[in-house]
Design a protein around this ligand. Structure first.
Ligand code: ARG
Ligand code: ZN
Ligand code: CA
Length: 403
């Protein structure tokens, strides 16, 4: 009812454009009670000031025809694009100088789940051939009983449903604190990712960036009212949404100064190619959702992007699973520096690399922040070293000869 009401308000205040849905699910913020389960035995903790927060994702692809059954490559392109937008590694050329100091690296990354809710291996992509030809924004796609696919534990997984939304809508999201079985993001199949059959100008993955912004508590810049408030101090007030890609400055009647609207913000309605930033205020708001007692806190302990534990899974081989993957180390042998690189940034970003000598003493430790990392080794004595990437049950081991 509330959803319908806010949709109505939206449509009264702003004449609804065919391709826009301007509602997020209404929800009250309630304290989050952390629950333990067999596959998740770590105790709750608070966020660390600058830690990279990893959010495990499950994609429910609901398709009625082959075109809607988007490829793994399309899904992966979206994850990679999110990891650029939320780490300020995207193309920021569209940010005017006056706003550039406000632009922030949110230090949040996303990974496809490797373990399902009952501890089995998964690709993090669920495909379901469904009867429904198109869906309204009323959450029916989130329930198998209504022809969709049930939510995976929304305390540990960000659920994203890909389907055909009616009315040309691009997507919608729940806000933190909404009912667990409806928690997540819904995205139109042809605006998801950066490769595949995509609908320009929504072909740069920004619908997901925007919707996940809502999922982490962000509101539209104009607060869904004429000259409304998004409750973030460093986003300037603006009269309403922007479409296309305005020329800078776009001064609207509520812009407080000559810089005008921040139309290149991910929380406006501009074209994908026009959007390029979250502010520091938005970053702080999103990260605060992961703090103790807040709606996304349980994600700090989600193990969903680790492979199933060896005792349970088919890869049982002692205590540690060494993952063979596309991580490369070069040059090797090396003298002054090495590069650790992976095709899929999820393999490296946010993980810690530790270099040990042959007697197992730790020589160097560095947080990997990119899909390509340069590590100085010029002050290490020559010899053989072992490089460990990651923690716990899932680690990668590389060998290095220092000259
Ligand atoms: N209309 C959607 C919403 O308000 C998303 C808009 C996304 N914009 C984009 N350029 N992809 O939630
Ligand atoms: Zn929105
Ligand atoms: Ca603001």
């Amino acid at each position: 009812m509330k959803i319908i009401y806010s949709l109505l308000i939206c449509c009264l205040v702003f004449p609804c454009k065919a391709q826009r849905i301007c509602a997020t699910n209404e929800a009250q913020l309630k304290p989050n009670l952390y629950s333990r389960s067999a596959t998740q035995s770590l105790s709750a903790r608070d966020t660390l000031p600058d830690e990279i927060i990893t959010v495990p994702v499950v994609i429910h692809v609901l398709y009625n025809d082959n075109i809607q059954n988007i490829s793994d490559a399309q899904v992966i392109s979206q994850i990679e694009s999110l990891n650029k937008d939320y780490r300020k590694l995207n193309n920021t050329r569209n940010i005017p100088t006056v706003f550039s100091s406000l632009s922030a690296d949110a230090r949040i990354i996303f990974c496809l789940a490797k373990t399902d809710p009952i501890g089995r291996a998964t690709t993090g992509i669920i495909r379901k051939n469904i009867k429904t030809k198109s869906w309204s924004a009323n959450d029916q796609m989130k329930f198998s009983a209504s022809g969709g696919d049930d939510t995976w534990d929304s305390k540990r997984y960000l659920n994203i449903w890909i389907c055909n939304l009616s009315g040309g809508s691009l997507g919608y999201s729940s806000l933190p604190g909404s009912p667990a079985d409806k928690d997540g993001v819904v995205i139109q199949y042809d605006v998801f990712g950066t490769t595949g059959n995509l609908r320009a100008p929504f072909n740069k993955g920004r619908t997901a960036t925007h919707e996940i912004g809502h999922w982490l508590g962000l509101l539209h810049l104009w607060g869904d009212a004429l000259c409304g408030d998004d409750l973030i101090n460093d986003t300037p007030p603006q009269r309403s949404y922007n479409n296309g890609c305005p020329a800078f400055p776009h001064v609207s009647t509520c812009s407080i100064n000559a810089n005008g609207d921040m139309f290149m913000n991910f929380m406006d309605f501009t074209d994908d190619d026009c959007m390029s930033m979250f502010t520091r205020g938005q970053k702080n708001k999103m990260r605060s959702m992961f703090a103790s007692g807040n709606a996304r806190n349980s994600f700090l302990n989600s193990q969903a992007c680790n492979s199933p534990s060896p005792e349970e899974g088919p890869m049982a081989s002692g205590n540690v699973v060494i993952i063979k993957s596309a991580v490369s180390l070069y040059p090797n042998p090396a003298k002054d520096f090495i590069i650790i690189e992976a095709k899929n940034s999820v393999e490296l970003i946010g993980k810690t690399m530790v270099i040990f000598n042959t007697v197992g003493r730790e020589i160097k430790r560095q947080l990997l922040t990119s899909s390509k990392n340069r590590i100085l080794i010029n002050n290490m004595p020559s010899g053989i070293y072992v490089i460990k990437i990651g923690e716990g049950k899932e680690i990668k081991i590389l060998r290095l000869l220092k000259q």
